[in-house]
Ligand binder design. Structure first.
Ligand SMILES: [Zn+2]
Length: 279
C-alpha cells in the first residue's frame, strides 16, 4: 500500500484436508480406499476496493483506474447558460460514448481469453447541475473520475476543449474533432501509467537483508517489503513476528538466492521470502 504496509488482498488459502476431516468430505481413490479431499479457497472481496483507494488515492480523494471507474469522463460545461455550450457538451458526450477503448492493444493476446475489461465503450457523463464549475471540478477529483473535460464559450469559438487528468492534474487542449480519439488514448495512457507508478512505488520500497541485524535495521528505519532468506522453520517466522510485528507475505515462484543462510537463525536457507508489516 501507499504507506509501505502490506494488505492481504484477494484470499488464497490452502486448507489441506482440515475441513474435509471436519465435514467428512471423501472420495474413493483408484485402490478403492476412501480418502479426504484437499481444498483450496480463492476469493476476491470488497477489500480489493480498499486496496485501490490506498494504492492510488491522494489528499484530494480517490483516483480510479479507467478500466474500473464507473464514470471515466465527466464533461463540465463552463458558463453553461451561454448559447450552444450545453448542446456542445452533450454532443461531445454522445461522440465519446460511441468509442470503444481497447486497453489490451499492443499486449500479447490469447484468442481464447478475451477479457470483458479489455474492450469497453467510454463511460461519460455531462455535469449540467447548477453547481459552480469549481465545485464540479472538486467533486470530480474527490470521486476519482480519471478524466474531466472543460468546455466553455471561448473553447467553442476556438473549436476545442480541455482535458484534465485526475492522476497527474495535467491539462491538455484538444480540438473538438480529435476529442474522441484523444479521450481513448488518454484513458489507455492513464491506465498503464497508474499501474506503472504503483509498481515503481512498490519496487522503490522493497529492500534486501542478508542477516538479522540488517533485517531489524531496515524495518526500524523504512517502510515496505524486505526480501530475506528463510530456513523453512516456523519457529523463525514466529520469532520475527513477535520481535518486529513482521510477517511473511509472499514466497515468490521466481526465487532469488540472497544468502545461503536463514536471516533469523543462520541455518541453511530454503526459500526467499517477502516480509512486511500488514494491516
Ligand atoms: Zn531460520
Amino acid at each position: 500500500m501507499h504507506d509501505g504496509k502490506a494488505l492481504q488482498s484477494g484470499t488464497s488459502h490452502n486448507f489441506g484436508d482440515g475441513f474435509a476431516k471436519a465435514f467428512e468430505i471423501q472420495y474413493t481413490d483408484k485402490e478403492n480406499k476412501l480418502q479426504y479431499v484437499h481444498q483450496t479457497s480463492w476469493g476476491v472481496t470488497t477489500r480489493l476496493i480498499g486496496a485501490i483507494i490506498m494504492v492510488h488515492g491522494d489528499d484530494s480523494g480517490l483516483k480510479l483506474p479507467p478500466r474500473i471507474a464507473p464514470t471515466q469522463i465527466r464533461i463540465i460545461p463552463i458558463r453553461q447558460q451561454a448559447e450552444g455550450v450545453l448542446d456542445a457538451a452533450r454532443d461531445l458526450a454522445a461522440k465519446l460514448q460511441a468509442v470503444n477503448v481497447d486497453y489490451a492493444a499492443g499486449a500479447a493476446q490469447d484468442a481464447n481469453r478475451t477479457h470483458s475489461l479489455d474492450l469497453q465503450p467510454i463511460r461519460v457523463k455531462v455535469d449540467d447541475s447548477d453547481k459552480t464549475p469549481g465545485w464540479k471540478f472538486s467533486e470530480c477529483e474527490m470521486r476519482g473520475i480519471p478524466l474531466r473535460i472543460e468546455i466553455g464559450p471561448k473553447d467553442l469559438e476556438a473549436g476545442k476543449c480541455v482535458f484534465v487528468r485526475r492522476d497527474t492534474a495535467e491539462k491538455i487542449e484538444c480540438s473538438l474533432e480529435d476529442a474522441p480519439a484523444k479521450a481513448a488514448e488518454l484513458l489507455v495512457t492513464i491506465q498503464s501509467e497508474m499501474l506503472e507508478r504503483a509498481r515503481t512505488h512498490r519496487d522503490a520500497h522493497t529492500y534486501e537483508a542478508k542477516d538479522y541485524d540488517e533485517f531489524v535495521k531496515t524495518f526500524n528505519e523504512k517502510s515496505g517489503f524486505v526480501k530475506a532468506m528463510w530456513c523453512g522453520d516456523q519457529a523463525c517466522e514466529e520469532k520475527i513476528k513477535e520481535e518486529l510485528s513482521v510477517t511473511s507475505r509472499c514466497m515468490p515462484f521466481n526465487q532469488e538466492t540472497l544468502a545461503d543462510t536463514c536471516v533469523c537463525c543462520g541455518k541453511p536457507a530454503q526459500k526467499m521470502v517477502y516480509w512486511g508489516r500488514a494491516y
